[in-house]
Design a protein around this ligand. Sequence first.
Ligand SMILES: NC(=O)CC(=O)O
Length: 412
Amino acid sequence: MISLADLQRRIAQGALSPEAAIGQSLEAVGADRATIGAFVRYDEKARAQGAGPLRGIAVGIKDIIDTADVPTEMGAAIYRGHQPRADAPVVMALKQAGATIIGKTTTTAFAANDPTATLNPHNHAHTPGGSSSGSAAAVAAAMIPLALGTQTGGSVIRPASFCGVAAIKPSYRLLPTVGVKCFSWTLDTVGLFASGVRDVALGLSAMTNRPELVVPPEVATPRIGVVTQAFAGAPEASGAAALQTASRAAERAGASVRELAMPDIVAEAWRIHPIVQDFEAHQSFAWEYRQNYDAMPPLLRGRLDESKGITARDYDAAMNVALSARQALSAVFDEVDVLLTLSAPGAAPKGLSYTGDPRYNRLWTLMGVPCVNVPALIAEGGLPVGVTVIAPFGADARALAAASFVEGALRN
Ligand SMILES: NC(=O)CC(=O)O
């Protein structure tokens, strides 16, 4: 994979020009149609900028995020050819940091569950996951060093796990979702994919102008609480093995590691996540669902059909649970620095019809806490499986530093 940190170092040393760095990605992305199909479209004339921490860094943008220079089609026929007037703020933030937007990566329709045709770079018989399918796959396939995705359930962390790349779903609202097609305004979060944790941190730091997010050369040894999320059901063997492998590696590296049970209200928040997501989706997709019903992607249309009965009272009760759970979760971090949990039930499912289950991701999206995927092992069929490092709301630097610790422990 292409390391953002390595590109930055070589460009700073003059060993690599920003133009050459962009040229390498253009060549790989240009060949993509014949490989895994991670891009909806790309800019053959993409040019490097000469200044900024992300000069020479080619970035893929999930195709629900508005771009002014190329269409934003939401992975849906209803929006074919749709051309936004302006770049979304997160796209402008990348450009202002010197990045080059090289193309639009594939997304499941409206970032829901109707799959893309994109292949998992590690095993073409399997899905790369969703909904940020192309972003995870393009980084994993060494086409680009950085990509943007979004998460409402598990759409950053799960495909990152399936594709063996680092990724962050940052704290809620650290990145603006203006100009991002809304699924659920309480849940939608913009995230980043890169080859390693330090690379993700460099990208997020540059976008947000927050130098404190950069992972320092030496990171503190964290106190880790392992959360199995038994309330979400048992994982597959490869998922359980990934969590155990990461826990044991962290312990061997000197971290204190112990299993932590979640307060009941937090488990209840896991249960009510779909109520929040689907109640808000009915409003977010009202125009598509009511004015373009027949053209709607079938799985999302079916999900909206089934969730019509959610009442405002149900929603209000769910939101109250979420608020109480966030308060209870913050107290959990009095005992540990970070949590360590599953990124997915196991390796990527076979076939392209199903992008996987967000059951281990969705709680943390509702809690709004920073989550970082760390590749943990390679399962049968050469398929990666990751784990998730979680810190308190607003402690994104802590999540990245602890994730880097776990990543280093797994490499030793
Ligand atoms: N947008 C999402 O997060 C949906 C998913 O998890 O597949």
